[in-house]
Design a protein around this ligand. Sequence first.
Ligand code: 26M
Length: 820
Amino acid sequence: AWTKHEFSGFKNKDDFEREVVRHVETTLARSIYNCDESAAYSASSLAFRDRLIKDWNKTQQRQTFTDSKRVYYLSLEFLMGRAFDNAMLNLGAKEVAKEGLAELGFRIEDIIGQEHDAALGNGGLGRLAACFLDSLATLNYPAWGYGLRYRYGIFKQEIIDGYQVEVPDYWLDFNPWEFPRHDVTVEIQFYGHVDKRQDENGKTIAKWEGGEMVTAVAYDVPTPGYDTPSTNNLRLWSSKAASGEFDFQKFNSGDYESSVADQQRAETISAVLYPNDNLDRGKELRLKQQYFWVAASLYDIVRRFKKSKRKWNEFPDQVAIQLNDTHPTLAIVELQRILVDVEGLEWDEAWQIVTSTFGYTNHTVLPEALEKWPVGLVQHLLPRHLQIIYDINLFFLQSVEKRYPNDRDLLRRVSIIEESQPKMVRMAYLAVVGSHKVNGVAELHSDLIQTTIFRDFVAIFGEDKFTNVTNGITPRRWLHQANPRLSELIASKADGYEFLKDLTLLNKLELFIDDKEFRKEWAEIKYANKVRLARYIKSTLGINVNPAALFDVQVKRIHEYKRQQLNIFGVIHRYLTLKAMSPEERKMQQPRVSIFGGKAAPGYWMAKQIIHLINNVGALVNKDPDIGDLLKVIFLEDYNVSKAEIITPASDLSEHISTAGTEASGTSNMKFVLNGGLIIGTCDGANIEITREIGQENIFLFGTLSEDVEDLRHVHTYGEHPIDPNLAKVFDAIERGMFGEPNDFKAMISAVRDHGDYYLVSDDFQSYIDTQKMVDEEYQNQEEWISKCIRSVARMGFFSSDRCINEYAEGIWNIEPLAV
Ligand code: 26M
């Protein structure tokens, strides 16, 4: 098999070095004798960027020339992490770069560490979009991502006195991975009014007039595939003030201040990523972001289509658009507006094109996360769009009325407009009505949306419109890049690195499970990864952890439904149990390191309280001489993609313990198992499919099943529900002040004890504790444990994002690969 560097990487280390030196001396205008790590990073990444851009050009030219159907992935979040390591690996030139940098006096890890994460996302949804871009390019699909170029990504988290403090993430000081396209701009309109007139044939013509204009400027980020020259485009829009005569007038008439204020108002649109995850807070600026991005992207797509001179009804033969959650739902309305108001198509013909073009992915059933916008706000900001939404709704409800006559309650339930005070536009319903396919992200989740939030729509549109595409992750970043030694060991047994492109080939490992030497190497790699994390913990927190202890990891956004509170209550229970033991008894216990990480949304008080408790528990436990190495509690600051690349390979056990039915899929569960760690988890999201693939003897499942959750909540509300006795002891310890001021944790305890325990923490507590005990026991038998890890990895092939993207391509987008 050829490797990519034969035609796009570097011939050899000298070739690479020459390019680095050239960039240091000319692009950076520095002396090679005064080249620090930062300059070495800049020059090396510029050298790689030069190669990427050639492949990028070839790929785009070929896609245009062949007029292939392309998918456009619309996502408000792309959680890309670092690009340099990924570019080296995908171009197959990391070895060459490593040798070249060594000759210049640098260690490649230090140079990689210079890069700032591109953190344009909150969590799972944004990282999924990044994995998809990697798979789309690797599989040679014609695809573009469209997003916003936020000046500030997700905030940086600092922990001060145990509390989360948010610091702005300004990441654009030096970003070699983007190409500003100052010539690719779109004027975006807001506010104004609609003028309706009849033309000479009596047809109503709607004109959206007046209001404000803002300019969208394109920034292109090349996204390379692995072991292929295919390089797709991620186009991010940045906002700036439109330079109309209006501003010049203001400027010249001495109204300088207000002209500057206009400029700032425009730039505010793409200034900052909203740091909420699974929560909707209806802010006007967020709606502005959504329309700005959607309108610029659609203008771009339509402009490209018009150049091809094809007939409008062929639009869905050239274009598929995927909506990553409801955030881009206005695209449905905007395309209908362009076709009807601007291009003069009849409503029905336009609507046929629109619904054939869009697919919608749902990522949550949590009611507080379902987007709704007040009708008044939409009317004010986008007056023409509100009219179109009302028309879409009218025609939809008429068709429902025809099929189900005289069912007023049904019409009320499925209406895109919620008749509340104030009236609201239900974005998920609009997305369902305007798409030809709707998918959930794991089997349980797809079943749940079809039987709960979209139940009526399944009856109306039929089952075929609704489908499942179980999430996946890219093995390039999450195995090869994050865990190079494990990747190499696997390659030595699986006939090379083909498994990185066909992850089902991991099954070849099953043959070697009983191979003593192989298991020893496997265990050594896990240990080395734990040593690396232990060093990181020492350097950032000053705490010594024993790499031989069981590393128990829960890293993800902090949210009540993800139940970090269950984990920390369990840790407290463990601490109390250890304290009650004799020294002899303690010696028999399995040492553990409980590792937490994750950000809380800045306004989410309960999540912040959970972080505070974890830190206070750590402060006591970590210095308790009775406990020593038996238990350490670590909160890692500022969890992000590049930290996940260190943490994931070092885990023995990871926690995916959401209340059943609340976590749509989860994707870190897949990453941990792929890196040779086991899972403790609930029957939720993709855990269920992971269990099916790897076997139930290789996963620690516990807790309530999703079908029983509703009944239990009912009992909490209307019946007797004494809280779990072991959990009561934990609460008692907190309330006695063992972990600092008890008032600081009142809300956490009350939620369980006094306010209905919505997330079933008490119901699941005993089964969680029992299952953790089983983990301790099984970990003592290291040979058996390692066998389980290897067997699990061997069976993880299904969870590649390549499989997932192939399912979308075939079942939803109808696109085909195009080799360059
Ligand atoms: C909404 C409105 C205003 C501001 C922000 C939002 C918002 C942002 C992100 C809402 C939800 C957001 O993300 C949800 C998310 O990450 N969902 C996760 O998606 C993953 C990929 O499918 C799944 O694996 C996770 O289970 C699911 O929680």
